[in-house]
Design a protein around this ligand. Structure first.
Ligand SMILES: [Zn+2]
Length: 541
């Protein structure tokens, strides 16, 4: 065999590689097949624009092409005829650490199109945050996950559950923890000023910490101090934290609790509008249910009763005079606030110390205790529950009119406030299984509160923008391939308060980072979810 001189070989190779580069630059030409092509889709790109018909080509974990048609070969092809393809939904408020390590497939979320869940809301996050994110990174999952750092958790670590302002020294320590968490990849600072110990925090102390998160590009997101009689003050406070801390601020799971307060969303939304008009980057998220869920003790006891250790809390319930004061406040909270005015409006979601109580309401518990099914009997049942160790509760005290008004607001995105339930265990709020499906079924298809394109925007591009996730939330070449395919006429939530452990329907395929994680009723074996890091990550990833 006659070999050409080395110089000629190099010349031929150079010419060949030049041809290959040219081929790759030609529009539409591909030298390698796509890993995945979705054809004939109604593409809702997440921006809020109406759908257009097209095909999406994916290579690896990236959308590489969107075109009217893609005819080139692909390892796998999906015909999405008649279905909508949208960006995978991004849930900015979840308690996914409840369950994600036991159920890393997060079936409840994936089966309603969610591909990203954000933890650490309500002022509560694991600390140090970096260790938590590392643990998540070592746990193969179906969904992407990221986290805020919680102001309440930081305060608990530095000050404990004490009802007082921080000292100068303590403030410096807390600022240092926020800074480290931002460098570890937090998306910002969450507050839970409703809860102990967040509720003991003066606003200026919150601003001091929020400003640190803001310097690293993070946001502030707040479970407000009061969502009932003082909801207007609380929205003002949330706006002030953003305005004076110089960072975006979000009213999370916005709602108006308690019949006497219904209708006040007119005023809360005006406050948000006024803030935005003067340049404050204030936004909202919401879940589509007229019941909330939190612990019985947080909802139905005054905060001062929960200060300090468990022994201190119990001694307040033993002392006749403080017990009488707590009971009077519990009666008020059942009558006009989270109790919804009727013991049957408070249900128990789960009680660690007695699983059989899950699903029972306060009237049932009162009857079990030989108490009348009155508000007073329910208050006594409540104090008994707290003495036994407390329960997670569900509280029916929100008006549908407020819900829809908040939902229609252009600065409102969708978030579940849910968790990753163990299928069949306890009686959790159905929001964990149904939030995104319910918006699409009830508020898009049945009531026309939102258009489909706008609802999808509030589940994808909008939360992505809020979090600074510039490579997700929109379908466009170069973006990460998180996608959901669903049947717009069939999509619906099936989880109810009576039977919460039921998956959403109408979602056919869910894709995380280019890999199918759910298809035709089954989770696949793939675990392509990644940990997402906020804007302050050091060194940047
Ligand atoms: Zn909350």
């Amino acid at each position: 065999m006659k070999l050409p001189p080395a110089g000629r070989v190099r010349g031929v190779l150079a010419a060949m590689s030049l041809v290959m580069v040219l081929v790759q630059l030609l529009p539409g030409a591909q030298t390698a097949p796509y890993d995945l092509v979705i054809r004939n889709a109604r593409i809702l790109d997440g921006t809020g624009s109406p759908w257009f018909r097209g095909a999406i080509g994916i290579r690896g974990d990236v959308i590489t092409r969107i075109a009217p048609a893609i005819e080139e070969p692909a390892t796998e092809t999906i015909d999405a005829r008649g279905q909508v393809v949208a960006p995978g939904f991004i849930d900015i408020h979840t308690h996914a650490r409840r369950g994600i390590f036991e159920v890393p497939t997060a079936d409840n979320y994936v089966r309603q199109g969610v591909t990203t869940v954000i933890e650490g809301p309500d002022g509560s996050s694991p600390l140090p945050l970096g260790a938590f994110l590392a643990k998540l990174a070592a746990t193969p999952r179906s969904v992407n996950i990221g986290s805020f750092v919680g102001q309440g958790s930081i305060r608990e670590t530095v000050i404990g559950p004490a009802n007082r302002a921080a000292t100068v020294d303590e403030r410096a320590k807390m600022r240092a923890i926020v800074e480290q968490a931002m460098k570890d990849g937090a998306f910002g600072l969450s507050t839970g000023l409703f809860y102990v110990p967040g509720t003991f925090t003066p606003t200026d102390e919150v601003i001091d910490l929020a400003a640190v998160a803001g310097r690293f590009g993070g946001i502030h997101i707040s479970h407000m101090r009061d969502e009932a009689s003082r909801v207007l003050d609380s929205v003002e406070e949330t706006i002030a934290i953003g305005e004076n801390g110089h960072l975006p601020t979000q009213v999370t799971h916005h709602k108006i609790i308690g019949r006497p307060n219904w209708g006040r969303s007119v005023e809360t939304l005006k406050l948000v509008d006024a803030a935005r008009a003067r340049g404050v980057d204030a936004t909202i998220d919401q879940y589509p249910y007229t019941a909330s869920s939190t612990s019985i003790q947080s909802a139905l006891l005054p905060a001062w009763a929960l200060e300090g250790s468990r022994a201190e809390q119990l001694s307040r319930l033993t002392d006749p005079s403080s017990r009488a004061k707590i009971r009077a406040e519990t009666i008020r909270l059942i009558t006009t606030e989270r109790g919804g005015g009727d013991p049957r409006n408070v249900a128990l979601a789960s009680c660690q110390w007695d699983q059989t109580l899950a699903g029972k309401n306060l009237a049932d518990v009162a009857a079990l205790r030989g108490l009348p099914a009155t508000v007073e009997g329910a208050a006594d049942a409540t104090l008994w529950i707290v003495e036994r160790g407390g329960c997670q509760g569900i509280f029916h005290a929100i008006d549908e009119t407020d819900l829809e008004r908040i939902l229609r607001h252009p600065a409102t995105m969708i978030a579940s406030d849910g968790e990753v339930p163990i299928f069949g265990r306890a009686s959790p709020h159905p929001r964990s299984y149904g939030t995104f499906a319910r918006v699409l079924a009830v508020y898009v298809r049945e009531r026309n509160t939102l258009t489909l394109a706008d609802a999808v925007r509030r589940m994808s591009a909008f939360p992505a923008q809020r979090l600074g996730l510039h490579d997700r939330g929109v379908l466009r070449p170069g973006m990460k391939a998180d996608l959901v395919i669903f049947e717009p006429d069939r999509v619906r939530d099936t989880a109810t308060f009576e039977r919460p452990h039921q998956y959403a329907e109408g979602f056919t395929i869910v894709i995380t980072n280019g890999t199918i994680v759910y298809r035709d009723g089954q989770m696949t074996a793939a675990r392509p979810g990644v940990v997402l890091y906020g804007p302050g990550i050091n060194p940047p990833r």
